[in-house]
Write a protein that binds this ligand. Sequence first.
Ligand code: FE
Length: 153
Amino acid sequence: MSEKIKKNDREWQSELTDEQYHVTRQGGTEPPFSGEYADTETEGTYVCVCCGQPLFSSDAKYHSGSGWPSYRQPIAAENVEMNRDASHGMVRTEVLCSRCDAHLGHVFDDGPKPTGLRFCINSAALQLNEKESDAKSGGESEGKSEGKSAGKS
Ligand code: FE
C-alpha cells in the first residue's frame, strides 16, 4: 500500500483553489447542484483532486437527485477511509481519501442495490480523468503504393 501523502496547510492551499481547499482540507461541503460533476455522465475515472488517487469510476455513478455526485461504491475499498462524523448535530460517516486524508464527502445507506450505499461526494474533491474515447484505429490506411522510383543513377 502506498504511503500517506503529508503536506502542511500552506502547501495544500497553494496547490488548490479556495473551494477545493475548503472542502478537502477543512471538511467543507459545496452547495448542492453547484459542483462541476453533479450531473456529469462522461465516462472516466474520478481521482482525488489533492493527490490523484483513483477514487470512483463513472460506472458506479448514478443520479441521486441530491445535488452532489453520487456513487454506489469506490473504485477500490482501500482507496477510501471512513470516519464517524458527529458534527452538525447528526451522526454520519465521513469518506476520506486513504492516501492524503482529503475530506471527500459522506456515505449513506439509502443507495441503490446491490450495495445499498450512496457515496455523496463533493465535486470539488474530485477530478475526472476522461476515458480515452476510442482505441487508435489500427493502421487501416492503404499500404504505401510501391511507387516506381524513377531511379536516377
Ligand atoms: Fe488524496
